[in-house]
Design a protein around this ligand. Structure first.
Ligand code: PLP
Length: 394
């Protein structure tokens, strides 16, 4: 059997392990006595139009169409509706043929990495801190995964380190903003600086260096701000999107890859994505949810709850003396561990029934991630426990 797959299957992710711990604790003590900040499972219900549309589609569409295969890249009407929505939002001129419907961002990323790389020496870079699964996805595509160390002052892009790491083997760089786990939204200035650097490197090496923009949190940005649309800043950008977070539909597995016509070799890359989707056996994205998305592409869940949680948690923890990165988007808070070893801190936190994820797996040491897609009550109730916990360090 495949040893790598065996290892992946046997080695549960730390997030899953902590989630199981908290499930067991909840069964022992009662759910309200455990402050579980582990999983990025949206706590806000899907937009009300989603459920209405599901019922409407089921009642008014031929059943063989709802549950049947669609064409591999997705239903034309669906892709047209998404392209129209993107064009309205970002002033672009995407066509339905630029879009490939997928089973969420994870599938979009796996397919894109497989499509873009061919040799084990081909490199895909991620900027720390980064979503842990990138390493699994890139390596499963047969390419090399490399990490650009974090800028620990701002958690924006560390340009000095990035410039040193780009070389002739660099095929692409993953940009995840709003970021999981830091909550940082890369500024337009930083993205323009990134575009200028990559354009310089493309000239130097004579081949494209693609941005693979992983943006499932695109709509979760606070304080009246929005995340810049990266293809409008850097030509060679491929977008991996998902409705898991913006519409609170992570279990329905629906998203897309956007391969804009403007990128170098767009037609071939699009075809290679189709090939990769075929090789991975995806066949087509869920048919019912494609049809639903066509009608709700312009909707998002009500994100005000996350903004409220962000304020409650950030203000509560900083008042107690914890040092936190100010989250501008997504639903994660990155908090400095009061001791160098975040794993030790995580273990101490467990004694107070606080469950947080140490940052080592995200490519940064000495922090923990708190997913605040929980009830506001959980946050309020957790603060006295955090107050007791920090006393251990005073
Ligand atoms: N990318 C990032 C940064 C994520 O946080 C997640 C999920 O948490 C994914 C991708 C995968 O999302 P999906 O559920 O759409 O596969």
């Amino acid at each position: 059997m495949n040893k790598k797959m065996l290892e992946l299957g046997n080695k549960r992710s730390i997030i899953r392990e902590l989630f199981e711990f908290s499930k067991q604790k909840k069964a022992e003590l009662g759910a309200d006595k455990v402050y579980d900040f582990t999983l990025g499972n949206p706590s806000i219900p899907a937009h009300e139009d989603v459920n209405k549309t599901i019922v409407d589609v089921i009642n008014n569409t031929d059943s063989t169409l709802i549950h049947g295969y669609t064409s591999a890249p997705g239903d034309n009407e669906v892709r047209k509706a998404i392209a129209d929505d993107l064009n309205k939002r970002f002033g672009t001129s995407y066509k339905l043929t630029d879009l490939y419907m997928t089973c969420g961002a994870a599938a979009s990323l796996c397919i894109t990495f497989r499509a873009l790389t061919e040799n084990p020496t081909d490199e895909i870079l991620a900027i720390a801190p980064y979503f842990t699964e990138y390493k699994v996805f890139v390596e499963s595509a047969g390419a090399t995964f490399k990490v650009v160390p974090a800028d620990l002052n701002t958690f924006e892009i560390n340009f000095e380190e990035l410039e040193k790491m780009i070389n002739k083997n660099t095929i692409g760089i993953i940009v995840n903003s709003p970021n999981n786990p830091s909550g940082v939204v890369y500024s337009e200035k930083a993205l323009k600086q990134l575009a200028a650097l990559l354009e310089k490197k493309e000239k130097e090496y004579g081949h494209p260096v693609y941005i693979i923009c992983d943006e499932p949190y695109r709509e979760i940005v606070f304080d009246g701000k929005t995340a810049p649309h990266i293809p409008n800043i850097y030509k060679n950008t491929i977008v991996c999107y998902s409705y898991s977070k913006s519409l609170s539909l992570p279990g329905e597995r629906i998203g897309y890859i956007l391969v804009p016509e403007q990128i170098k070799d767009s037609k071939d890359i699009y075809a290679a994505c189709l090939g990769a989707g075929r090789a991975y056996g995806y066949v087509c994205a869920p048919s019912l949810f494609q049809k639903v998305i066509a009608q709700v592409a312009d909707k998002t869940s009500d994100m005000s709850e996350y903004a409220k949680n962000r304020d409650l948690l950030y203000n509560g923890l900083t008042k107690l003396g914890y040092e936190c990165v100010y989250p501008q988007g997504a639903f994660y808070l990155f908090m400095k561990s009061p001791e160098a070893d975040a794993n030790q801190f995580m273990e101490k936190a467990k004694k107070y029934n606080i469950v947080v994820v140490p940052s080592d797996g995200f490519g940064v040491k000495g922090y923990v991630r708190l997913a605040y897609c929980v009830s506001s009550k959980t946050i309020v109730d957790s603060l006295p426990a955090f107050a007791e916990l920090i006393k251990e360090y005073k």
